[in-house]
Write a protein that binds this ligand. Structure first.
Ligand SMILES: [Cu+2]
Length: 113
């Protein structure tokens, strides 16, 4: 088999794998509970998110801040003592950090694939 033919075959196989089961609405939802404090997390939590999943982050805020979902560019104001829900469809693959800016805390790393 020629090198060119191998590359084409590999590309076709990759397309077959990534193209299956990704119809809109077929991915299971991703629900995340998050308590936002001034200290930030002990460690950033990594969450695997299936591509196409509806992501819902339920935030229990202990401080005034803004929660920022990088990449998807969603910013939600938080009020100390309040709760907020951030929802979006994970339509872009990749790794995205969820941060609060007052303390530069990175709460989540969403790995969408
Ligand atoms: Cu940010």
């Amino acid at each position: 088999m020629s090198v060119t033919r191998r590359v084409v075959l590999a590309a076709l196989l990759a397309a077959a794998v990534t193209g299956s089961g990704c119809a809109a609405g077929s991915a299971p939802p991703t629900d995340i509970d998050l308590v936002v404090t001034s200290e930030g997390p002990d460690a950033t939590r990594t969450v695997e998110v299936p591509l196409g999943s509806r992501v819902t982050i339920a935030v229990d805020a202990r401080i005034d801040d803004i929660l920022h979902v990088h990449g998807y560019e969603i910013e939600t104001p938080l009020q100390a003592g309040g709760s907020e829900t951030v929802s979006f469809d994970a339509t872009m693959s990749g790794a995205y950090e969820v941060e609060t800016h007052s303390n530069s805390a990175i709460w989540l790393k969403l790995v969408v694939r």
